[in-house]
Design a protein around this ligand. Structure first.
Ligand code: GLU
Ligand code: ZN
Length: 315
């Protein structure tokens, strides 16, 4: 074992008492109402703590990307008054650090090559059983799996409370490099959250289960994880994420106030109706000042549009 942990250099590089949050969209399409909710929540939480808010474009899966989607997302964020504090980080610029991290884990004997297909894993019940752990496979067309020595069956979330997942899932040797030659999301997100010194992750509940795996990776790398706060996901009915096709208000850049107001209401904040005629910057300023994480519903999913319940009509 000769390789030093390439991520150690980024730990403690930043002041301990500074909050650093982020929004990390994949450029697979324009920003929609569902992702506006995550962007707004992470922004308000960071700014309410006088922190920095960063944007990272997660472009590690080219087949799923749409040309120009990054520019369109960034443009929409600006229209909605959500300005980032440091240059945007693109995951496509981070490959060397991912490779270095993979090399480090391999050197530690904490990863191995795997040739199992999705279909063969499905046949044994959908959870990988460590089939290739001792086969010492080398060559192309292999995934890389992490030797899972730190299973996390549960973690504490600042909105959802104690989140658990089944034991066998927590113990799975999950992939950190894909058989199709792409870096796995779990690896990239952890490496970059460390690289950017992120202290708290605020995002949608679609990423609740992967969080346990990310905690496993932090423990394996011997680096302490950020805090997590997962906000409810807007869905149309059980199991269906909100999207433009199924009734999400399309992001209409001509009425940012209205959509911001809707998003804040969705997040359990109670913005006064009068804000609809304020400027975008005024509305955001109000949202940050009055931001209250404890008011966010601790549901994982909320059907949208839910009939707005209001006992305090601020008109
Ligand atoms: N890029 C991921 C997505 O758009 C989000 C990653 C994260 O927030 O950790 O779903
Ligand atoms: Zn295998």
């Amino acid at each position: 074992m000769t390789i030093a942990n390439p991520l150690n250099g980024f730990v403690n590089k930043r002041p301990q008492d500074q909050y650093r949050g982020r929004f990390a969209p994949s450029p697979s399409g324009p920003l929609h109402f569902g992702s506006l909710i995550a962007a707004l929540a992470s922004y308000c939480q960071a700014k309410h703590a006088n922190g920095q808010w960063l944007v990272r474009i997660e472009d590690i899966d080219p087949p799923r990307e749409q040309p120009g989607a990054d520019k369109s997302i960034l443009n929409t964020l600006e229209t909605f008054g959500l300005y980032w504090d440091e240059p945007v980080l693109y995951q496509s610029q981070q490959h060397q650090l991912y490779l270095d991290t993979l090399a480090y884990l391999e050197d530690q004997g904490l990863s191995y090559g795997c040739h199992c297909t999705r279909a063969s894993i499905k046949k044994i019940g959908g959870i990988y059983q460590g089939h290739c752990r001792h086969l010492q496979l080398k060559g192309d067309n292999l995934a890389t799996r992490l030797v899972n020595v730190h299973p996390f069956p549960e973690f504490q979330d600042k909105v959802q409370g104690l989140v658990s997942q089944p034991d066998d899932l927590a113990k799975e040797d999950f992939a950190i490099f894909r058989r199709d030659g792409l870096f796995a999301y779990q690896l990239a997100v952890v490496v970059d959250d460390i690289y950017q010194g992120i202290t708290e992750v605020v995002r949608g509940c679609d990423l609740l289960q992967p969080t346990c795996r990310q905690m496993t990776l932090y423990a394996t790398l011997n680096i302490s994880p950020p805090q997590y706060a997962h906000v409810p996901l807007a869905i149309t009915e059980q199991g269906y994420k909100l999207s433009k096709q199924n009734g999400a208000p399309a992001i209409d850049k001509h009425r940012p106030q209205e959509l911001l107001h809707l998003a804040l209401t969705f997040l359990g904040q109670r913005p006064p109706t009068a804000l609809l005629s304020a400027s975008v910057d005024e509305l955001i300023h109000y949202a940050v000042t009055h931001w209250d994480l404890a008011s966010i519903p601790s549901d994982q999913e909320i059907i949208y549009p839910a009939s707005p319940v209001s006992d305090n009509d601020n008109t």
